[in-house]
Design a binder for this molecule. Structure first.
Ligand SMILES: Cc1cc2nc3c(=O)[nH]c(=O)nc-3n(C[C@H](O)[C@H](O)[C@H](O)COP(=O)(O)O)c2cc1C
Length: 177
């Protein structure tokens, strides 16, 4: 059975980033893959801020990563980078936590100006954590995600297609049923 973990570095579930997360979840659920989402902002703040490796919630999340075949790292762009919230959790992963895993980085930014943020900021961290199989990053501008009156989201075709293309490639990398 393939295991997927999404690490969501957003600061709220009420974010357009959630639309992307739900799309990723729907994709893997349709392939009968076990999927777990780590909402980093819902982990105990004191454990994140004090780098408390012994915290039970941190240990449980790290175990999910250990068991994962695919790790999707999803973040809004803040100050030309991934979020500080995400970094507090990445700092608590074991040194080589991403060895042997396929990693898909996805970002939602307010402008196209920080298109390369995942390349210069996130990918070096993923490499330090041992990832050698890093998929092409997907960068989506927030205006491509439309908040509907019923609370759901619509994703513009361009963003949808780019995301689907990367997700479909994962089928070839890991044996998804
Ligand atoms: C504190 C903060 C800093 C941000 N910095 C950037 C930035 O440097 N570059 C950028 O493209 N977008 C930036 N944004 C926009 C967010 O990336 C964008 O609003 C978010 O991905 C969409 O999520 P939302 O629906 O929660 O607003 C910033 C947003 C916040 C709140």
């Amino acid at each position: 059975m393939t295991n997927v973990v999404i690490i969501n570095g957003s600061n709220t579930r009420n974010s357009r980033v959630t639309a992307i997360q739900e799309k990723v979840e729907r994709f893997f659920t349709a392939h009968s893959v076990t999927i777990h989402t780590n909402y980093v902002h819902e982990l105990p703040a004191d454990a994140l801020i004090t780098a408390n490796y012994a915290n039970d919630d941190i240990i449980a999340e790290n175990k999910k990563v250990e068991e994962a075949d695919i790790v999707v790292v999803l973040t809004p762009i803040y100050k030309a980078s991934y979020t500080g919230i995400l970094k507090t959790y990445l700092d608590l992963l074991p040194q080589k936590a991403l060895v042997g895993k396929t990693v898909l980085p996805i970002a939602v930014g307010g402008s196209i100006g920080h298109l390369l943020a995942l390349e210069y900021a996130l990918k070096p961290i993923l490499a330090v954590l041992g990832a050698t199989n890093i998929a092409h990053s997907v960068y989506i501008v927030d205006k491509q995600i439309i908040r509907l009156e019923n609370g759901n989201f619509a994703i513009e075709d361009d963003a949808n297609n780019r995301l689907e293309a990367e997700l479909n490639k994962l089928q070839n990398i890991v044996a998804i049923n």
